[in-house]
Design a protein around this ligand. Structure first.
Ligand SMILES: NC(=O)c1ccc[n+]([C@@H]2O[C@H](COP(=O)([O-])OP(=O)(O)OC[C@H]3O[C@@H](n4cnc5c(N)ncnc54)[C@H](OP(=O)(O)O)[C@@H]3O)[C@@H](O)[C@H]2O)c1
Length: 330
């Protein structure tokens, strides 16, 4: 099979289209014919090996060279075969999943616990847009932010992969949503259910005198003390991401916000999709939201499989409204 293989850290051009052996599903695994994948910041952090500080973590991407040789964490495709002990899927099932790696390939063998049934009303490309970004958004809004009907929620970074899902999920849960994004994406964010939109280049949401029950900080750029000005007395700041850097960002932003958060009366908590232990349950909840029309993936661009390096480079520029997806021909 063909796969994009990463042998050393660097630019997206280090991803090399290579012939590799097709994986064989081990016990508990499912072999998936990947029909589409999508690109997340997680993928280009893996490719570039940044921030460098992450390489020092024992479970991290690898100190000198990448441990993950085939990146790609979002997949949508068809089950081809199952390993022993798998009863939840069978050949021909349409699935999608949130993996650690292996998605930039024609086939991937993945533990059955990381997959869920693909929403019936989505194409493979739309379904591949969902896993990482929408699971993060669901965790942030529902599980960590604990948004309740009628509460005011601000989504900082509302036009990106995570943000476009967060706005829709928060609206579906009955929240009154304010989105923070660049002016060109204001109408998109409104169309997803935002009640009001703030242009981050023109206004600082922490200095408007407005207060929110929940603030989702996806884009970063403000510490806990600044965001506190925009939180109600019992409000919650949910930390999702932050500005990227070569050496330590967004790790320093996330952990300094959590550390300072421990000193203020409001809740400051992390939403972590990578470490989430119930990804398939989240995917199933998202399938319900998609199939009942509450959530529709926003796909900015579609790239053919051979152009995965270009897709990663585009996502890495940080201004994609919605998701960047990749089609893998059958
Ligand atoms: N915690 C987790 O488990 C988890 C999971 C997934 C992602 N993340 C993190 O979450 C962050 C966002 O991920 P993503 O997939 O949504 O990325 P993305 O799709 O690249 O998001 C980019 C969006 O952010 C907007 N933006 C940039 N600077 C902004 C600012 N100062 N204020 C408001 N919006 C701004 C951009 O809008 P403009 O074009 O208008 O600038 C663009 O639409 C990243 O740091 C990522 O690493 C964390």
């Amino acid at each position: 099979m063909k796969a994009f293989v990463l042998r050393s850290y660097g630019s997206p051009d280090r991803l090399t289209l290579t012939d590799v052996d097709e994986p064989v599903p081990a016990a508990g695994e499912v072999l998936v014919r990947v029909r589409a994948t999508s690109v997340n910041p997680y993928d280009w952090h893996t490719v570039s090996g940044t921030p460098y500080v992450a390489r020092l973590i024992p479970a991290g991407p690898g100190l000198r060279a990448p441990k993950l040789t085939i990146p790609g964490c979002d997949v949508a495709g068809d089950v081809v075969a199952v390993g022993s002990g798998v009863s939840s899927f069978r050949a021909g099932d349409e699935v999608f999943g949130l993996l650690r790696d292996g998605g930039f390939a024609e086939y991937v063998s993945v533990h059955a616990d990381l997959l869920a049934r693909k929403p019936a009303n989505l194409s493979y490309e739309q379904a591949a847009a969902v896993p990482m970004a929408a699971v993060t958004a669901l965790l942030a809004v529902r599980d960590v932010g604990r948004l309740e009907k009628g509460q005011r929620v601000l989504v900082n970074g509302a036009s990106g992969g995570v943000g476009t899902f967060a706005v829709q999920i928060a609206s579906a849960l009955g929240g009154q949503v304010t989105g923070v994004c660049g002016a060109p994406n204001a109408s998109l964010v409104r169309s997803l259910g935002a009640y009001s939109v703030i242009d981050y280049r023109a206004e600082d949401f922490t200095r408007r005198g407005e207060r929110y029950d929940v603030v989702l900080d996806i884009a970063g750029g403000h510490g806990a003390l600044a965001v506190r000005r925009a939180l109600t007395r019992h409000g919650t700041l949910v930390v999702v991401g932050g500005p990227a850097g070569r050496f330590a960002q967004p790790v320093t932003h996330v952990f300094s916000t959590l550390a300072v958060g421990a000193l203020i009366p409001q809740q400051v908590r992390l939403a972590d999709a990578v470490g989430c232990a119930h990804k398939p349950k989240c995917l199933t909840a998202l399938t319900d939201l998609v199939e009942n029309g509450s959530v529709t993936p926003v796909v900015d661009r579609e790239y053919p499989f051979a152009e995965i390096p270009a897709a990663v480079r585009y996502q890495m520029a940080g201004h994609a409204p919605g998701k960047v997806v990749v089609t893998i021909p059958g």
